[in-house]
Ligand binder design. Structure first.
Ligand code: AP5
Length: 215
């Protein structure tokens, strides 16, 4: 199964991609996670990406495209994957298309998670994440067993810098600006499946598995 998850910031792409990867053995490819790790390690790509990531703007297409293409050029390239947060622009979609064609891989499904903007603002203000193992929580909807501590590795949880309300609203605006053209392209390829992203995490997961015919 080769799948792209599209949705506004905070719509649950990361949460669902992790579940899909655990249940169906898909490689989870989250460009936001990879960029945040590069920023944390101060790699050359991380230094370039840092001002964009912290202010909620999109990192330049060339940088993200090269990061993805590089992963697919390696000997252990993923054959079955879930893309979380990539592609986000038409230029990224064109680049990804070319990468997949070079590897003789077809996309099976583009799942669009539908979540209203006000729900997004509510969700992101309560999100916490583990800087060590990247596990994601929500103080109300998915709390850790001990407040403020990661269930998986015991590290202290933190709030993402770009989850402040003003930055979230900017990220939403950027999402809506880019999304129309991106979705038109995937609609034309008859790959788009829309899923209501509001409701319990496991219910949303079941709907994704259903529309992609994964059992
Ligand atoms: P990225 O990390 O990809 O951020 P995003 O797309 O804005 O998405 P989020 O990670 O904020 O949310 P999500 O949809 O994964 O939701 P989650 O599962 O965490 O990108 C960050 C930045 O990196 C970008 O702004 C940009 O600068 C850069 N970047 C990344 N990719 C790029 C690209 N391709 N091109 C250019 N720049 C790029 O859930 C959110 C919260 O809600 C959590 O607390 C979760 O527990 C909770 N939750 C999840 N599902 C539910 C539910 N059903 N009900 C209630 N709560 C829920």
């Amino acid at each position: 199964m080769r799948l792209i998850l599209i949705g506004p910031p905070g719509s649950g792409k990361g949460t669902q991609a992790k579940l899909l990867s655990q249940k169906f053995g898909l490689c989870h490819f989250g460009t936001g996670d990879i960029l945040r790790e590069a920023v944390r390690l101060s790699t050359p790509a991380g230094k370039q990406a840092q001002p964009y990531v912290s202010s909620g703007q999109l990192v330049p297409d060339d940088l993200v495209n090269e990061m993805v293409a590089d992963r697919f050029r390696r000997d252990d390239r993923p054959e079955n994957f879930v893309m979380d947060g990539y592609p986000r622009t038409l230029a990224q979609a064109a680049s990804f298309d070319q990468v997949l064609r070079q590897q003789f891989l077809d996309l099976n499904c583009v799942v669009v998670l539908l979540v209203p903007d006000e729900e997004i603002v509510r969700r992101l203000s309560g999100r916490r994440f583990c800087p060590k193992c990247q596990a994601t929580y929500h103080i109300l909807f998915k709390p850790p067993k001990t407040a403020g501590i990661c269930d998986e590795c015991g590290s202290a949880l933190v709030q993402r810098e770009d989850d402040k309300e003003g930055t979230v609203r900017k990220r939403l605006q950027i999402y809506h600006q880019n999304n129309v053209d991106l979705l038109t392209q995937y609609h034309n390829q008859k790959l788009v499946r829309e899923v209501d992203g509001v409701g319990p995490i496991e219910v949303v997961f079941a709907k994704i598995a259903e529309v992609c015919k994964m059992h």
